[in-house]
Design a protein around this ligand. Structure first.
Ligand code: AMP
Ligand code: MG
Length: 326
């Protein structure tokens, strides 16, 4: 099938009404969207991405009030979070309503909901009378796409349309939280930092990413090896132990202390160490290295605070060995 890249929201909506999948821009990464309430449409997402069915999808909605259509027994805390952080990179895991197909939730009784912060996609959602299930628009386990061309590079011929909304402003996936009556559990670090959640909710108990109270099943699909480029990534501090020829080094910032005489080409996540710039550049840089045929790449971790936590989570998985699946 021919794949069109365009800015025609009506055309994108028509394909979605016909149960096709469409690449959509969001502030986090590009999504591969389909009608979340139609199992046949949702099945196409898994097929195009080669995604295993145990990995549930996030459902994208057009406004806060739609929470009630797809989630049940909603804690007040969830509404408070939605009102404050939506549209934005925060996904809420809540008890699901029956209307949400099992395929979307991998058979579980919870659904992950989010209102994305992208004008084109919000307009698209307004034109539709169903929400959109959308994981990142890339083959399973590869680097997430942050531009329409990234989506085209890998999914051309497999999807009819990519809605081009420019490059993603946040560049890293949403923070996923499970919301209970008076506590929160961060299941995946992402575009809203733990600090931002804590300062918004000073009186609420927040379980950070390293102190999850639930079993690993709470965030299925979080693989140890994920977001992975074809080149091999190694943490900078491990370079002494390596006996491979390093051909590129990605430093956190232009101001980072450089390796002497490495002979490798230097890249930077950021000019001056700003987290938002680092998250915006992360995936595009990994894709650029693959396009440039780099084979062995060292990277410097981000400072492990603020959005650096989510960036380091992605770098950890991107550099994990391919056999290691939790
Ligand atoms: P992505 O592939 O970036 O769209 O992220 C989807 C991720 O959201 C999955 O891999 C899960 O880890 C998480 N997720 C989706 N639905 C649920 C759910 N019902 N409960 C817990 N985590 C979920
Ligand atoms: Mg993904």
């Amino acid at each position: 099938m021919p794949t069109i890249i365009g800015t025609d929201i009506h055309q994108a909506a028509d394909f979605l009404r016909k149960n096709e999948t469409v690449g959509i821009p969001t502030e986090t990464v590009y999504g591969l969207a389909a009608n979340a309430l139609n199992e046949q449409a949702v099945a196409k997402i898994f097929e195009v991405k080669n995604r295993p069915f145990f990995d549930p999808l996030i459902v994208h909605i057009k406004d806060v009030s739609q929470i009630h259509l797809f989630a049940a027994d909603i804690p007040k805390l969830a509404l408070k979070l939605a009102e404050n952080f939506w549209p934005g990179p925060l996904t809420l895991v809540l008890k699901k309503q029956n209307i949400v197909p099992d395929l979307v939730t991998s058979g579980g009784d919870t659904v992950a909901l989010r209102m994305p912060n992208n004008e084109m996609t919000l307009e698209l959602l307004k034109q539709l009378d169903f929400p959109l299930a959308a994981p990142s628009a890339n083959p399973f386990t590869y680097v997430s796409p942050t531009s329409a061309v990234h989506v085209f590079d890998q999914l051309q011929g497999k999807i009819p349309y990519i809605l081009d909304g420019g490059s993603c402003k946040v560049g890293i996936e949403s923070t996923i939280v499970r919301v209970l009556e008076n506590s929160l559990e961060i299941l995946r670090p992402g575009g809203i930092s733990e600090d931002a959640l804590r300062s918004f909710l000073p009186d609420v108990q927040i379980f950070g990413i390293n102190e999850n109270i639930s079993s690993p099943i709470a965030a299925p699909g979080q693989l140890e090896h994920h977001y992975s480029p074809f080149c091999k990534l190694y943490a900078l501090e491990d370079h002494i132990k390596l006996d491979v020829q390093i051909d590129a080094v990605i430093y956190w910032s232009k101001k980072s202390e450089k390796l002497k005489d490495s002979g490798a080409q230097n890249f930077y996540f950021t000019e001056n160490g700003e987290f938002s710039e680092g998250s915006k550049n992360l995936f595009a840089l990994l894709r650029k290295l693959d396009k440039g045929n780099f084979k062995n790449v060292l990277f410097e971790w981000a400072p492990n605070e603020n959005l650096g936590v989510a960036i380091n989570d992605r770098l950890k998985r991107a550099s994990a060995k391919r056999s290691s699946i939790i």
